[in-house]
Design a protein around this ligand. Structure first.
Ligand code: GDP
Ligand code: MG
Length: 162
């Protein structure tokens, strides 16, 4: 049985873009509007010879769900199914109330939770991630899912936690 990695985060942080980047195929649908995508949400992936499955929990849709209910369901799926949870936030919006709610849900996970800060597209944004320590999830890992920066470091940390 392969390890499973789940990506959790509020809408529009870039979960599907990161998922696509990790599986290196554009299988998920990237949408600006939250709650309307029917993404492919489960795929095999590999890094440095470590095979695993990755889940984009935001791609599992509840058409009429309120955002907070969806996020609670995402977190529950991740806590149940995943061996490693990637909690994705982004540097453009900074830490939001929803990020804090997700952190609260993930504190009870008996699994490693890696905090990744997406949309860190340039050196200034990559160095502007200290606010994310306030989420209590340890060291934030800056990534740019659209440019590909930092993805190798994130994957190294993921496979270290298998
Ligand atoms: P999701 O709702 O969390 O799945 O987010 P998506 O992957 O659909 O991305 C939401 C928006 O953020 C899209 O317009 C993406 O193109 C954009 N986006 C995703 N990753 C990055 C990134 O690393 N940098 C920038 N600047 N935009 C990104
Ligand atoms: Mg998505």
């Amino acid at each position: 049985v392969l390890p499973t990695v789940a990506i959790v985060g509020r809408p529009n942080v870039g979960k599907s873009t990161l998922f696509n980047r990790i599986i290196k195929e554009r299988l998920a649908i990237v949408e600006d509007r939250p709650g309307v995508t029917r993404d492919r949400n489960y795929a095999p992936a590999e890094w440095l010879g470590h095979k695993f499955h990755i889940i984009d929990t935001g791609g599992i849709t509840w058409e009429d769900g309120k955002i907070e209910e969806e996020i609670r369901a995402q977190a529950e799926i991740a806590i149940e199914e995943a061996d490693v949870i990637v909690f994705l936030t982004n540097v453009v919006t900074g830490v939001t109330d929803l990020d804090e709610k997700i952190a609260q849900l993930l504190y009870k996970a008996d699994k490693p939770v890696l905090l990744a800060v997406n949309k860190a597209d340039n050196p200034e944004q990559r160095s502007n991630i200290y606010d994310f320590y306030s989420l209590g999830m340890g060291e934030p890992i800056p990534v740019s899912s659209s440019h590909g920066t930092g993805i190798g470091d994130l994957l190294d940390t993921i496979v270290d936690n298998f």
